[in-house]
Write a protein that binds this ligand. Structure first.
Ligand code: NAD
Length: 428
């Protein structure tokens, strides 16, 4: 038997399960988990419990300050980074310095300095860094790449892209660490990294110039007060006022949320159920961005996080016609349910309008699994036996950087009121 590839994972929260359970369950012939690392022992113990429930052996656990010792002792081939965004660069860089390859969750990091440090470390160490962009693999998103690559609408000159996060999933970013911009880079980085990556992927283009507006206009105490709200609370657990709040997350009513967060909070003060109408939110909930690409194409993009439904609408205008795609997704609270439901597609439609002909619908078969069936394909690409891919969906550190740089430039533009040249942010 050939030696299995070994993986250590840092950040054993909700998303981590996507990776370590896939390794333990679906890719055990080729891959093996060998260690967990986190600031929180209770969450690492929970991760080990899940490993055992899936027939794998528990792995040694290391507190964050013992990351180097972990690498020394278990010598993993690859480190998987699924910690809080603000910490990604630290683990990516150190893992590469200690001789490991890295798979990181999106966003690769949250600002230009950390992005530069990662790019420099890749160069200095020669290690491989992949960013786990799952949306590229959703069949409908891959289909758009195919239509554009095959010239169905000619050269694409403009894209109009609207993403809606609803009051369930969208609200979740305002309950926990994401609400502090220093942790997540705000939604233009944390969430839009997926969307800007898709545009880069669809068009085969890189962003050049970015202008953005963004504001907190719905969540937060001030906005709630303006709407006449009078009942406030800091966190849902133990609060009378939270009982009637549609936006409250009740950790004690969900076994998994309770085990992972409520029972773990005594260790690190991570409160997963804060009020979305509390003080101290420094991220935006309403954003508008325009981008010019190196192909000269233009993007108009909008994101808001208190929508009645979840999904997106995108239109591509080219020299031979127009493509429109509408996708409605299931909304999902991270760790609060079946992970396969994350980004699962409830409805979708792709229409091609050739300039002088009747429009026609393009049918795409959706597969089982999260992100419209994209997640299992991504996992096979990471841990299984990847097949040759005409669409080059495996995302490198350069793709990871390009996708966050639009949002990072957008954040700078929001601060300064000026357009930002992406080339001024980092050197490749
Ligand atoms: N691609 C996707 O669809 C997708 C979906 C959800 C989350 N994510 C990404 O996964 C990552 C984790 O998100 P989550 O929802 O699981 O959050 P989470 O809060 O459930 O988990 C984060 C984990 O990081 C740990 N942590 C915090 N500080 C740390 C430190 N200094 N060192 C080590 N560990 C630390 C926490 O204790 C926690 O266990 C984020 O980067 C997020 O962007 C990606």
């Amino acid at each position: 038997m050939t030696k299995r590839k070994t993986y250590a994972l840092v950040g054993t929260g909700g998303r981590a399960q996507f990776f370590y359970l896939a390794v333990a369950r679906d890719f055990k012939e080729t891959s093996e988990m060998v260690a967990f690392c986190d600031v929180n022992q209770t969450r690492m113990n929970y991760a080990n419990k899940l490993l055992e429930e899936h027939g794998a052996k528990p792995v040694p656990t290391y507190k964050a300050e013992d990351f180097d010792r972990m690498i020394e002792e278990v010598k993993p081939d690859t480190v998987i980074v699924t910690s809080v965004d603000r910490t990604h660069h630290k683990y990516i860089i150190r893992a590469m310095e200690l001789g490991c390859d890295v798979i990181t969750e999106k966003p690769m990091t949250v600002d230009e300095e950390k992005c530069q440090a990662i790019l420099d470390a890749v160069k200095a160490t020669g290690r491989n860094l992949r960013v786990a962009f799952n949306y590229r693999y959703s069949p409908h998103n891959t289909k758009i790449r195919e239509l554009i690559m095959d010239g169905v609408i000619g050269d694409v000159h403009s894209v109009h892209f609207e993403w809606l996060l609803n009051t369930k999933h969208g609200a979740d970013y305002f309950r926990r660490w994401h609400r502090d911009k220093r942790n997540s880079g705000g939604l233009l980085v944390h969430k839009s990294t997926h969307h800007f990556d898709l545009v880069n992927f669809w068009l085969g283009a890189k962003p050049k110039t970015v202008f953005a507006f963004g504001d907190l206009m719905f969540y937060g105490r001030e906005n709630a007060e303006k709407r006449g709200e009078t009942k406030f609370y800091s966190r849902a657990f133990g609060s009378e006022n939270a009982k009637g709040d549609h936006f409250a997350l009740h950790l004690d009513q969900n076994e998994k949320l309770k085990a992972m967060y409520l029972d773990a909070e005594h260790e690190d003060g991570y409160y997963r159920d804060q009020s979305v109408f509390g003080d101290g939110i420094s991220i935006e909930d309403t954003m508008a961005v325009t981008v010019r690409y190196d192909t000269n194409a233009m993007l108009t993009y909008s994101l808001y996080a208190y929508a009645p439904w979840e999904g997106f609408r995108v239109a591509f205008n080219g020299t031979k016609g127009r493509i429109e795609m509408d996708v409605v997704e299931s909304s999902y609270v991270n760790s609060g349910g079946d992970q396969a439901l994350e980004g699962a597609v409830k409805g979708k439609k792709i229409l091609v309008h050739p300039i002088f002909e009747a429009p026609y619908e393009v049918h795409v078969e959706e597969k089982k699994g999260g992100h419209g069936g994209g997640d299992p394909v991504l996992l096979n690409d990471l841990f299984g036996t990847p097949e040759p891919d005409r669409f080059n969906r495996a995302a490198s550190h350069v793709d990871g950087a390009m996708s966050i740089l639009t949002g990072i430039a957008g954040n700078r533009s929001i601060r300064t009121g000026l357009p930002v040249n992406v080339s001024e942010l980092v050197r490749f």
